[in-house]
Design a protein around this ligand. Structure first.
Ligand SMILES: [Zn+2]
Length: 461
């Protein structure tokens, strides 16, 4: 994996789910012992199982074998569109590039959106699975041929979306409203959701009353649902700081303004944002990942450049951090005696994403639905431990739409047991060894989604 790949993966999501391996391993036995206990709607579960045997299993294998990179999900979107049309949805392709929107109108009631992301990653699969990907593709960013793999599990998401479409179509007498299913491109580059919004998504198809999404999580036992109040994914901003100086001979520093010294002061001062401006229990990250300046030992340069990643879990913190960076950089420039036109420039990148913030009442509502419909022991609430980011909040932040982003576990109990006994560790998302137990992940993804949708769009009596 080269550095450019690492850089591109760094923005993407999922790493927080994998963190829970240790935390949830004790729940594994409960998950296996009681998978079918407490289910109120066995007809739903059995119908999904039948669909998996007939169609979804092969569909998952197809998607897994044929991954496509961000914004090039042409065949994936076409196949997904076909599946959704077969279930009676009206499908519009080419929304925000390779995105698709599938609509089913079924009487008066709320408009509810469910999103599945479609892209794979430039990773050479080494999972050893019989249906492992051998796909290669010309990477549109580097213009080089790269291996491609569904190493984040987005194949589970799109397969589940097809399953959800079929169940909802067959149960039209059980709900009333409008269902919107999204196939989203380019989550891995945190650009796809914004691209769909920039394509006038709500203006063209209606603005949802509720929005849902899930991610399969290798760190959770297969089929287990994890949902938390608060923020399952952090907001992420990339910030560049151009530190201007006045060049001079290295032996005559008084004749110039040294941007490397000023940049260093900025790096140190930025650490006070999290340690002294955020409340101690409020998470935030300001990391300076790159610092470049100068050309030679004895030259005081006229420029240095810093590259930062900034993470947060709510918009207020984000505002504090982003404004604080500018305030610190500019004022340290003033303190160094730079004229106003040479103060450090703070540039906020477009590849930013707000935090994913779950709507608390909606979390409580859906958690109860899942506990009742699937089983108390199949639903958990483990908080995220990392500050990975997602682009789903582009759909839910401006305007604010009540939303829930949940996790469906994807690793078999046997693998957790083997790992606990010193066997192979559970491969994390984006790893070449990543593998999901597809049947329980896909079927539980469908079941949880359908139960949520039926609750959010109750049939009029
Ligand atoms: Zn992902």
């Amino acid at each position: 994996m080269n550095s450019s790949i690492i850089q591109r993966l760094a923005g993407c999501a999922l790493l927080s789910a994998a963190l829970a391996v240790g935390t949830v391993s004790t729940a594994t036995n409960a998950a296996t012992d009681t998978t079918t206990n407490g289910k109120k709607d066995n007809s739903l579960a059995s119908s999904i199982e039948a669909d998996y045997r007939d169609r979804l299993g092969a569909l998952f294998t197809h998607f897994h074998r044929n991954p496509e990179l961000s914004f090039t999900e042409f065949k994936t979107a076409k196949r997904l569109a076909e599946e959704l049309r077969q279930s009676g949805f009206e499908v519009t392709e080419g929304v925000g590039g390779t995105g698709l929107v599938a609509i089913m109108k079924n009487g008066p009631g709320p408009l509810v959106m469910m999103r599945a992301d479609m892209d794979g990653l430039p990773v050479q699969e080494k999972s050893g699975l019989s249906y492992a990907s051998n796909a290669t593709q010309i990477d549109p960013i580097t213009n080089t041929e790269v291996p491609v793999m569904h190493s984040c599990g987005h194949d589970v998401h799109i397969t589940s979306l097809a399953g959800t479409a079929k169940q909802m179509s067959e149960r039209r007498d059980q709900w009333s409203g409008t269902l919107m299913l999204l196939g989203q491109p380019a989550e891995e580059r945190i650009r796809g959701a914004k691209a769909m919004m920039d394509d006038n998504l709500w203006q063209r198809f209606g603005q949802p009353d509720y929005a849902l999404a899930f991610h399969v999580g290798a760190g959770f036992p297969a089929g287990m649902i994890n949902v938390q109040e608060g923020s399952p994914f952090a907001g992420s901003d990339s910030v560049d700081i151009i530190v201007h100086g006045i060049g001079a001979h290295g032996a005559s520093p008084h004749a110039g303004k040294d941007p490397i010294l000023l940049g260093s002061q900025i790096v140190v001062a930025l650490q006070t944002l999290v340690s002294r401006e955020l409340p101690p229990r409020e998470p935030g990250v300001v990391t300076v990942g790159s610092f470049h300046g100068g050309t030679k030992h004895n030259i005081i340069s006229d420029q240095a450049r810093l590259q930062l990643t900034v993470r947060n879990t709510n918009l207020e913190t984000r505002d504090t951090l982003l404004k604080g960076i500018k305030r610190i950089a500019e004022n340290l420039g003033r303190a160094a005696g730079l004229p106003e036109e040479l103060l450090p420039e703070v540039i906020y990148s477009k590849s930013s994403t707000p935090p994913t913030v779950n709507d608390a009442p909606l979390v409580r509502r859906l958690k109860a639905v899942w506990q009742q419909g699937i089983g108390e022991d199949q639903v958990m609430s483990v908080g995220s431990q990392g500050m990975g980011a997602e682009d789903f909040p582009y759909f839910t932040t401006e305007p604010a739409i009540p939303s829930v982003y949940f996790t469906v576990g994807g690793t078999s109990p046997e693998q957790f047991k083997a790992a606990a006994e010193g066997g192979p560790a559970i491969a994390s998302h984006h790893s070449p060894l990543f593998k999901i137990d597809p049947q329980p992940a896909v079927t539980r993804g469908v079941e949880a989604t359908v139960l949520a949708l039926l609750d959010l769009m109750p049939a009029a009596n």
